[in-house]
Structure formats: C-alpha cells, structure tokens
Design a protein around this ligand. Structure first.
Ligand SMILES: *Cc1c(COP(=O)(O)O)cnc(C)c1O
Length: 234
C-alpha cells in the first residue's frame, strides 16, 4: 500500500477503535475529538490524513508547526499545540486554534496579552501534573486550580478545559488513575462554582491508552503513532 493509503487505513482503524470505546462507555463518538499528532512527520503525511477526512492536527514544537501551517494554508486544518510552550514564544503561538499546555501564570499572561494584540484567540487547556515528576511539564493540582481561575478571567484566550500527559507506562491501565483524577479535578472545580463552559474539554489519551481515557471521560484524544507510524528518533 502507498504511504498515503497506509495513513488512511490507520486513521479508519483509529476511528473504529474510538467509536467502539465510546460505545462501551455509553458515550457518543461525536463527543470525542480525534487529534492527529503529526510531529516529526512532513506535509505529505498531513495531506494524506486530510484526504482521509482528518481536520484536527497536533504539534509539540512551535517552530515546526509554523512551517507546516505555512505549507498547508490551502487545507482546512485546525492546529493544536500539545507540547510545552515557553513564555517567550507565546506571541508565535496565537495562530493555533487550541493550546493544550498552559502550565504557568507567566505563560498564561503572555499568551493572553499576545492574543489580545493578534487576530487569533486560541482556546486553551490547563495542563495538570498529577504525578509530581520534576521532569514533566504541567502545573501541580493546587497551582492548576489557581491557574484555572486566572484563565477563566482572560479575554484574549478562552479557557476550555484540562489536559494531562501521565507518565509513560506499557500497560494502559496504569494511566487510568491519572485520567480519573483529572476528571475528578474538573468535577470538583465545577462543584465549587466554576462555570462548566470553561471546563468542557478533557484532553487525555494517546495511541496506546486512548480507549481507557475515553472510558474516563476524554473529549479530546491525541493520537500520533497509531495514525502516522513510528516516529523517527530526533
Ligand atoms: C507525541 C504526543 C502525543 C501522541 O503520542 P502517540 O503515542 O504517538 O500517540 C500525544 N500527546 C502529546 C503531548 C505528545 O507530545
């Protein structure tokens, strides 16, 4: 099969798995957005996925993403930044429709200021670190709560939910407690009075564990390898 045909075939398979997982959880597949994480892959791969009906794409590096945005401006794509963002690059990130990785007040303020000056008004998610790993990005829970309240007051960017990237584990079940706790954190914030419209989205689940994430309430799953194949090591 051609590389493009292979990507189309894998996408169909991921959509089938997504729909089956939604079904098992008593949820509607349409309520779960599939984000094709295209980092390290080129425009050919992205075009093949677009041809197969894919609209949402995720990247984890701003510069790499901007190049792909410029090279695909003829296509209807919604771009998501799923990787860490440095505050000094906030200005460059306003072209994303979604930013999943807001994890500090400084970054939030930088993004909000940049978005007020720009045409783009990204929807943002607060990335939560529930594992307490010093090496990982994301705001620890108490800090995340403060960040959520600050983000809800922003006018340039719009708060839309929470994101998590649990520590990698071979067994997808090991990620379940993290997905569950992210959902509980959301429910808790809503129970304490935060408008639910700010926390509609839960971005959680990747190639090997998105079915578990869907069971736990994911509304966005970020899938790379299962669509595009193994990434070349950088
Ligand atoms: C790369 C990446 C993904 C996709 O990972 P796969 O295992 O290839 O599906 C999802 N989320 C983030 C934040 C990533 O960096």
């Amino acid at each position: 099969m051609s590389p493009a045909g292979e990507i189309g075939r894998r996408l169909t398979e991921v959509r089938r798995r997504l729909a089956a997982a939604a079904d098992r959880a008593g949820r509607r597949p349409d309520d779960i957005r599939l984000i094709a994480v295209s980092k390290t892959f080129g425009l050919d791969s992205i075009r093949a996925a677009v041809d197969a009906g894919q609209v949402d794409f995720g990247e984890n590096r701003v510069q790499e993403a901007l190049q792909k945005m410029w090279g695909s401006s003829d296509l209807q794509i919604r771009w998501h930044l799923v990787g860490h963002l440095q505050t000094n690059k906030a200005k460059k990130a306003t072209g994303f429709a979604w930013i999943h990785s807001v994890d500090s007040l400084k970054l939030l303020e930088g993004l909000d200021r940049a978005a007020l000056d720009a045409e783009g008004h990204p929807d943002i998610l607060v990335q939560v670190d529930l594992a307490g790993e010093a090496t990982k990005f994301g705001a620890p829970p108490q800090h995340a709560v403060d960040l959520v309240h600050a983000a809800a007051r922003c006018r340039g960017v719009r708060l839309a939910g929470l994101m998590i990237l649990p520590p990698f584990a071979d067994n997808p079940e090991d990620a379940r407690p993290y997905f569950r706790r992210l959902r509980e954190l959301r429910d808790d914030l809503v129970a304490r009075g935060l408008d639910r419209s700010f926390l509609k989205e839960l971005s959680m689940g990747m190639s090997h564990d998105f079915e578990v994430a869907i069971q736990e309430g994911a509304t966005m799953v970020r899938v790379g390898t299962a669509i595009f194949g193994e990434r070349p090591t950088r």
